[in-house]
Design a protein around this ligand. Structure first.
Ligand code: C2E
Ligand code: MG
Ligand code: MG
Ligand code: MG
Length: 281
């Protein structure tokens, strides 16, 4: 009997693995064939200046409107896109879409308003000949459009000469850089000395657990202090409550984003809010 159920169990696991693999393969095919312009969406999450409650930036976040499976979040398809070589076309699409949106908004927003765009560290450090931002740099120089690229610290694990070239090229075009999910990646603080970044984004995990005296609390406050000493500004991610907002403000954090202020929404939903200059109190 034991042997029998053992074999059944083996079949069962194999079936699960097979079906997971075929679902994955299906997803790759779907993504490869997806008309990007029709199925991809950018949602925008406002980033608030904690000193006055005003929206000063918006982060572009990718969604995939799958024809059968509905709206997919990046965690469900970015890994697959990276492994199957589709990331570059996704990032080209993201960049041109977000850049066009930034140009639109720059027509009525203050020149300090910024659209932030996530980029994959791999795309950033490999020597790919067509970079997602390339076609748009000219546009940034000649409009009051202001862009920030968000990268995780893992970008520093890649080819540092390539990285330096990209950073220089982007900075020359007036693009700023932010380190996303700061404090959770594999990198050393020495990189902050070597590479010129503008913002540190405190990872949500340090924001969520905000009991005074907790290690998360201490880490977040230390990041803020360190950043300011280095001349960088700080964005807190994942702010969900008024208490978190108040604590971050008291700790001197510059900017915040999170469900407390707004979820990521389609551009058409954010735009009227930007136009009236809504303030979060
Ligand atoms: P991220 O850049 O750290 O983005 C923040 C994530 O936290 C977003 O998830 C956002 O919806 C979510 N979030 C914002 N506020 C809150 C909150 O108050 N509570 C909670 N629980 N979550 C909050 P999303 O949109 O699912 O994106 C996940 C990750 O996918 C992003 O993390 C980013 O690393 C990546 N990503 C998104 N869009 C792109 C893209 O266009 N290109 C690349 N390369 N990566 C992207
Ligand atoms: Mg981000
Ligand atoms: Mg983040
Ligand atoms: Mg993240």
């Amino acid at each position: 009997l034991a042997k029998h159920s053992g074999r059944n169990r083996l079949c069962y696991f194999t079936d699960i693995m097979k079906s997971a693999r075929s679902q994955r393969q299906q997803l790759i095919n779907d993504l490869r064939e997806a008309p990007l312009g029709k199925q991809l969406r950018l949602f925008y999450q406002p980033i608030i200046d904690l000193s006055n409650g005003r929206i000063v930036k918006a982060e572009a976040l990718l969604r995939w409107q799958h024809p059968e499976q509905g709206l997919k979040l990046p965690d469900e398809f970015l890994g697959v896109a990276e492994e199957s070589g589709l990331m570059s076309s996704l990032e080209h699409w993201v960049f041109s879409e977000a850049a066009a949106q930034a140009v639109n908004w720059s027509e009525f927003m203050d020149s300090s308003f910024q659209v932030t765009i996530n980029s994959s560290p791999l795309q950033f450090t490999q020597n790919i000949h067509s970079k997602p931002w390339e076609a748009h740099l000219e546009k940034f120089l000649h409009s009051n459009t202001s862009i920030v690229i968000e990268l995780t610290e893992n970008v520093f694990l890649g080819d540092s000469e390539q990285l330096e070239r990209n950073f220089t090229e982007l900075r020359d075009a007036g693009v700023q850089l932010a380190l996303d999910d700061f404090g959770t990646g594999y990198s050393s603080l020495a990189y902050l000395k070597r590479f010129d970044v503008n913002y540190l984004k405190i990872d949500q995990s340090f924001v969520r657990e905000n009991e005074p005296g907790s290690s998360s609390h201490a880490i977040a406050e230390t990041i803020i202090m360190m950043a300011h000493k280095l001349g960088l500004q700080v964005v807190a991610e994942g702010v969900e409550t008024a208490e978190q907002r108040d604590w971050l403000k008291a700790a001197g954090c510059d900017f915040a984003q999170g469900f407390f202020f707004s979820k990521p929404v389609p551009a058409a939903e954010l735009e009227p809010v930007l136009r009236i200059g809504y303030t979060h109190h």
